[in-house]
Structures are given as C-alpha cells and as structure tokens.
Design a protein around this ligand. Sequence first.
Ligand code: UT7
Length: 339
Amino acid sequence: MDETPKILGGVALLGSGSSIPSQRVTNDQLGLRVETNDSWIKSRTGIRSRHVIGPNESLTEISQVAGLKAIQAAGWDPESIDIILLATSTPDDLFGSAPQIQAHIGAKNAVAFDLTAACSGFIFALITASQFLRNGSMRRALVIGADQLSSWIDWDDRTTCVLFGDGAGAIALEATNKDLDGLLGFEMRSNGSRGDSLNLSKSKKHLPLIKDISHQEGSYMPIQMNGQEVYKFAVREVPSVLQKLLHKTKTDPKELDWLLLHQANQRILDAVADRFDIPQSKVLSNLSHYGNTSAATIPIMLDEAVRKGLVKPGDLIASSGFGAGLSWGAALLKWQGPS
Ligand code: UT7
C-alpha cells in the first residue's frame, strides 16, 4: 500500500451510532428524592426523563457500543480506523478511556485518546479529528462524545440534579475530496475567566504526607453551577458564534436543513432558533428523553435523526456546543452517510 499522505482537503461524515444506559429516571421519580416536580422541570427545561448508568454498565462500554454502531453504519473494518477521539469529562480512568474502547472494538491500528471540553467536547473533537484527515496524515476517524454526569451530581441539589443524564454518541469520519467536504466551517472559543459559572473541581482537601508535607486528595466536588449565568452566556454567545460561522461560510440561515444544538435546555434551543428565524420543524431536539448528556448530546441527536430518516445525505446542519470552561463552538456540517 502507498504510505504517502494524500492531502484530500475534505472530511465526510459517513456513519453514526449512539447508546443510552438502561436505567430511566422520570421527573416524578426525582420528586421522590428532592423538592421538585414534573411541571417545574418540563416548563423550565423541556426535560421529562434522563438515563443513568447502572451497575452492569459503564461509560467505556456505552461509548464502545455507540462507536461500533457508527463503524457498522459506515461499513468499516475496525482495523482501518486511524484515530479514535473520546470527548468526555467523566472517563472511567483519568489516564484516558479511549484506549480501552480502541482495544474492545478491535481498532488495533488506531491511536486513541480522550479530549476534555465539557459540553463543547464533541464539536471540539470533531474539528480536531478533521484536521488529521484534511492534512492527509490520517484517513479514518471515530469521534465519540460520552459522559456520565450522574456520578458527579449532588443528587440532593434540585438546581442541578434535574438537568443532567448519561449517554454516548459517535460519528465515523473519512478523508475526502474538498468538493465533498462535510465540515464547511467552524468556530471555537474559550473564556476561562468566567469558568466559575460551571465547575466539576478537584477537592481542595489536603492530607498529611510526612512531617510538613501534604498532598491533595484525589477526589472531586459535585458539579456546581450558576444556572442563570450559564443560561445568559448560552443565549448570547451561541447566536453570536453561529452568526460568525454563517457569515464566514456565506450561508443564509434559510439554507440550513437543521439546527443541531447542544441539548441543555429547550428554552435555549428556542431562543437561538428565534434569533435566526429558523422554524421549530428544523430544530433537532430530544432532550425531553435524555436531559443534558454533556459531550454526548450532539452525536446522540444526530444519530437518532439519521436513523429516523430526518437527516438525509446532503443535508446542511448548523451545530453548536457550549458549556463549562466556559467553552463554546460551532460547525457547519454536511451529512453524507455511507458511501
Ligand atoms: O451544558 C450547559 C449546562 N447548563 C445549562 O445549560 C444551564 C442553563 N441554565 C438553565 O437551564 C436554567 O437557568 C435552569 C433550568 C438551571 C434554572 O431555570 P431558571 O428559570 O433560571 O430558574 P431559577 O434558577 O431562576 O429558579 C427559579 C425558582 C427558584 O425559586 P425562587 O427563588 O423563585 O423561590 C428556585 O429555587 O425555581 C426554584 N427551583 C426549582 N423549583 C423546583 C430551582 N430548581 C428547581 C427545581 N424544582 N428543580
């Protein structure tokens, strides 16, 4: 085989997959644990239920399942994959869970590593993997977004526990000619100076080591969030970054087939769609079933839409991820489907 890199310049989105943990928790069930109710949660967020990883499941396992479905949909041999990126903030192993996924799916020729950017993780990973494909150094990439925020929520804090859920989604990407490019443009942003609005921080506790020396305990605090600040950030920055993306790619919002936003709150989805005059029929939303699954929301939603036949080959999708960091970004995608 010719090993000389071929710079094709484009990247095709060929296959998708997702996996949802089996345990489902409804709003009414959460009301048994904290002082909340279905009507408050539904009206303020659009969420009706979420799924939580149980004792016989794991983040690595659902990521593998999602990844394998994407590979099957693309019609690939796992050994043909060059890179696996796992976007997650909640790996089973802090050294990285992607290599376990690589081993289990039999992608023995792929390099595999984790990428952490909270709810922007999937968009950032998709853009990152695409660079290797565009520049000719790699041909096939599997990008997975997966999170298990259920492990890091304070289940007695009603202001956060009603929002989040667990899940995994994946997309299979392949280098292609520039004229078939499926990543038509992208934007990425961070603002660490406002990062204290949403954190999953390491415990500050120090334990004695010897004499005057201490070491920091290896554990994390539950998720802390200023919901209103994050809400305001999202409804300001997401339209702004999408506007920039559409301007740079010379795309009229009317040309879009779908708006695919990080599924955090239906009110955020509605506000962004209104801003661009995009009708509800073009706004992809499944957060009523799963809540906010962090890095997984975008690929789970895309996979469901592809499998339902909503998203079709050639469809133009404006996508945006946003969340902790603070971080946010957007990508203009064209779905290709298996070739
Ligand atoms: O990936 C990014 C992750 N984060 C986000 O996207 C979060 C963005 N923010 C939001 O989605 C919204 O700010 C929330 C859904 C978190 C909160 O909605 P809100 O409309 O901003 O409510 P609020 O925080 O202003 O609270 C209104 C009231 C308060 O009561 P008082 O002070 O008015 O008496 C809260 O104590 O609702 C109360 N409340 C609840 N009541 C029942 C807060 N949480 C709950 C609850 N059930 N779960």
